[in-house]
Design a binder for this molecule. Structure first.
Ligand code: NAD
Length: 253
């Protein structure tokens, strides 16, 4: 039996993963704003600090893994998207590094197939990577929700790749999964949006391998990435998107 901590386990992809891991006999400490073992608003540093303290109290002898799944859709306020999708993920991962290191475990970040749509050189992505939250949130405030969403996921993926070597020296594998459109409350919010709804519906109709994934299809791959069977998977970005990234960026990998 392994012990995992995760954020965003209340609904959608995170709930599917939490249920699969629990059904396999693993212990899961779920941190979420809605419901879970630890209730915390991870858009705030106070919420993150409290969640980190509680995970340390519950898992003093270590974690086999941490999964940063909490995230907000492009239709949420840009500052909050930035705070949750990027800063909560990296602050929680860094804050649990000691516990994951104790068990030579693994960290899995949840990116998106929208991440490659932003360049690393974009000022917002650079602001995320500069690791100073207040100015990054200011820049996010002036951008469209889709830009902040894709930018946060791009920066998260670059953060993971930049940190692979130093974490690997401590025996910890870092990876990211990049889901495509998945049938979750997040996607339902986007579909219901006046501006983005039609765009997303058109995009989902173009996905080569069907329209949308079910959360369990994403969780299946996440469970593999966390497992010992994936113990040479390190620094990888797994697109689980029905072929949409291959369709849009055929010549890049
Ligand atoms: P979801 O809305 O079902 O799940 C998001 C979870 O994050 C919920 O449990 C929610 O309560 C939690 N959360 C939100 N704000 C929080 C906060 N401030 N503090 C703590 N917890 C908070 O959506 P989902 O689609 O399952 O999304 C899970 C992850 O997958 C997100 O990071 C999302 O960006 C990513 N993703 C989703 C899709 C998709 O199409 N659904 C595609 C690519 C990536």
């Amino acid at each position: 039996m392994k012990r995992y901590a995760m954020t965003g386990g209340a609904t959608g992809i995170g709930a599917a993963l939490r249920k699969q891991l629990s059904a396999a006999g693993h212990e899961v400490i779920s941190i979420d704003i809605k419901e879970g073992d630890i209730i915390a608003d991870l858009s705030t540093q106070e919420g993150r600090d409290r969640a980190l303290a509680e995970v340390h109290a519950r898992a003093a002898d270590g974690l086999d893994g941490f999964i940063a799944c909490a995230g907000l859709p492009p239709v949420a306020p840009p500052r909050i998207i930035a705070a949750v999708n990027y800063f909560a993920a990296v602050v929680m991962a860094a804050g649990l590094r000691d516990l994951v290191g104790k068990r030579r475990g693994t960290v899995l970040l949840v990116s998106s197939n929208s991440a490659p749509m932003m360049p690393t050189a974009h000022p917002l992505v650079q602001a995320f990577l500069a690791d100073d939250e207040a100015p990054a949130l200011e820049i996010a405030e002036g951008e469209a929700g889709q830009t902040v969403y894709a930018g946060s996921k791009h920066a998260l993926t670059v953060w993971m790749r930049r940190n692979v070597v130093s974490w690997a020296k401590e025996g910890v594998r870092l990876n990211a999964i990049a889901p495509g459109i998945t049938d979750t409350p997040l996607t339902q919010q986007v579909f219901a949006d006046e501006d983005l709804g039609d765009v997303m519906r058109d995009f989902s109709a173009s996905v080569p391998w069907g329209k949308t994934a079910q959360p369990e299809q994403i969780a299946n791959v996440m469970r593999f990435m966390l497992s010992d069977e994936a113990d040479f998977v390190c620094g990888s970005v797994f697109f689980v998107d029905g072929g949409s990234d291959a369709m849009l960026r055929s010549d890049q990998f």
